[in-house]
Design a protein around this ligand. Structure first.
Ligand SMILES: Cc1cc2nc3c(=O)[nH]c(=O)nc-3n(C[C@H](O)[C@H](O)[C@H](O)COP(=O)(O)O)c2cc1C
Length: 479
């Protein structure tokens, strides 16, 4: 089932008793998002629509991605199964397979990939002058630099190739017509921006708020730059995403968006952005970022605003991160086939650590895997990579810690790489976006890896004794 728009999804959640309406007056300044956060902390994780937001007559929806089940509704399958299907797409048919059936399979899979651009109907939308004071934009944490739009889809076009990028980057409200644009330097929007900067020309930008949940998920997905997130959404949905042409910008955006801000970024202008209570659990400090100027607003009648809060490990960004980990594992395995499983531990905040298990065949293979991870898409920003053997369950941190402490000699097995690209949010880095990485090879070592001796066997009971002991214990329980 593909949700047509945000309202379709909210109706579904309401019918499934996963959504509640908050009728009590709630302040968008600190209160609203903290309710969303506390709801997640206490484990109720209900999606919420705030109908009575202090000072506004526009509802706010939140906690739309807070559970694994909810993400499965949105994707129509488990993230891992989706990943397997994506992997199947790039499979080269073997001798036994008919090219016709493979071709038909591909046609079916790719049927929705191309977004469909259609005309806007005047009855659908209001076109307005910019005024951000109309919207219940939230302030999340006490020392945040102001109010932030936290769930925008930022749509840009590469000045040379014309390729589209869609990314979710927070936007700090400066006044009723301008915001910050917090695209981190490694992201698609920032890459396009550097092209406009080189040519010293203004960049059209469209920002869509309140789209259907699969389109939002696609904007977060770490796709290689050059792959259109709207096409990816069509691929996942097997249904074209409908786009409409911008009024004042040479860009298209989803017809199902509740609110669209059209405007531009002048490459010669930056402004301090932040502080912001971030995914890491710390405030990201003020840094210079580009400034977005709004020229027009296109919005549905009676729009619904969407928001999210990050900064505590129980919030929905963590669930989205897990879904991405599961979905992209099969694709990572195409490039790094020895990887058996991968865990981005929730506690380590997405880009700080990855644990992978490998089927190790040759000396130095764990380091080969580390370098491959540091050379792959957004995984390249991972600060610490831990490689274990495939007898370790990477999702059981007890087993991982056991391997990390009993299978390493630090001098030989811990590698520190200086002078690398780091995540913008990694505040301990030596400089913004620049620091070091650590690789821990926690696999068993061979002589060829400078291990002098026979690697000891791990403890395992004989299976006949295990069976007999099970019976004895069962009998004890039944007495
Ligand atoms: C709630 C939320 C907020 C985010 N905010 C930002 C942000 O401010 N800046 C940023 O660069 N990435 C942010 N991200 C991550 C990007 O959306 C993500 O890396 C995405 O893949 C970027 O797309 P791109 O590769 O097309 O640039 C955020 C993710 C989530 C879930």
């Amino acid at each position: 089932m593909v949700f047509e728009d945000l309202r379709d999804y909210l109706n579904f959640l309401e019918k499934s008793r996963e959504l509640i309406h908050v009728k009590e007056e709630v302040d968008p300044n600190l209160e609203l998002t903290y309710i969303l956060s506390e709801e997640e902390r206490i484990g109720k994780k209900r999606a919420m629509v705030f109908d009575n937001v202090k000072g506004y007559n526009m509802p706010v929806a939140g906690n739309l991605f807070s559970t694994d089940k909810r993400i499965e509704y949105i994707l129509g399958d488990t993230p891992y199964n989706i990943g397997l299907k994506l992997k199947n797409l790039v499979r080269i048919p073997d001798d036994t397979e008919s090219m016709i059936s493979r071709g038909l399979e591909m046609m079916k899979e790719l049927s929705g990939i191309k977004p469909k651009v259609s005309q806007r109907k005047d009855s659908e939308f209001n076109i307005m002058d910019p005024d951000l004071s109309r919207y219940p934009i939230t302030k999340n944490w006490p020392d945040d630099g102001g109010k932030y739009i936290t769930m925008p889809l930022v749509i840009t076009r590469d000045p040379d190739t014309g390729q589209r990028n869609v990314g979710t980057y927070r936007m700090q409200v400066y006044d009723n017509e301008t915001t910050g644009m917090h695209w981190q330097i490694h992201k698609g929007g920032a890459e396009h921006f550097s092209g406009y900067k080189n040519e010293n020309r203004k960049m059209d930008v469209a920002v869509a708020i309140g789209v259907d949940p699969l389109t939002f998920f696609s904007s977060i997905a770490p796709l290689p730059n050059g792959i259109d997130e709207f096409a990816f959404r069509g691929l996942l949905a097997k249904k074209h995403l409908e786009l409409i042409k911008g009024e004042t910008v040479n860009l298209e955006y989803p017809r199902n968006a509740e609110i669209v801000l059209e405007g531009y970024i002048d490459p010669s202008e930056t402004r301090l952005e932040g502080p912001f209570g971030d995914h890491t659990g710390y405030y990201s400090l003020e840094e210079e970022f580009p400034v977005f100027h709004i020229k027009k607003v296109i919005q549905k009648k009676n729009p619904i605003y969407t928001t999210t809060i990050v900064g505590k490990l129980w919030n929905e960004d963590v669930r989205i991160g897990k879904a991405i980990e599961r979905m992209f594992l099969p694709l990572v395995q195409i490039q790094i086939p020895e990887i058996v499983d991968m865990n981005i531990p929730e506690e380590t905040v997405t880009t700080n650590m990855i644990v992978v298990s490998i089927k190790k065949r040759y000396p130095g293979q764990a380091k080969k895997v580390m370098f491959a991870i540091w050379g792959t898409g957004q995984m390249a920003l991972t600060k610490i990579v831990v490689v274990v053997d495939d007898d370790i369950d990477v999702h059981d941190m007890k087993q991982v810690m056991w391997a990390m402490t009993t299978r390493i000699d630090p001098e030989r097995d811990v590698m520190v790489i200086p002078g690398t690209a780091t995540d913008t949010l990694d505040h301990p880095s030596q400089l913004l976006n620049y620091g070091s990485k650590m690789g821990i090879d926690a696999t068993k070592k061979s002589k060829a890896e400078n291990y002098n001796g026979k690697w000891p066997d791990t403890l395992k009971m004989n299976s006949d004794i295990e069976k007999k002991v099970d019976e004895i214990i069962n009998n004890l329980d039944n007495k």
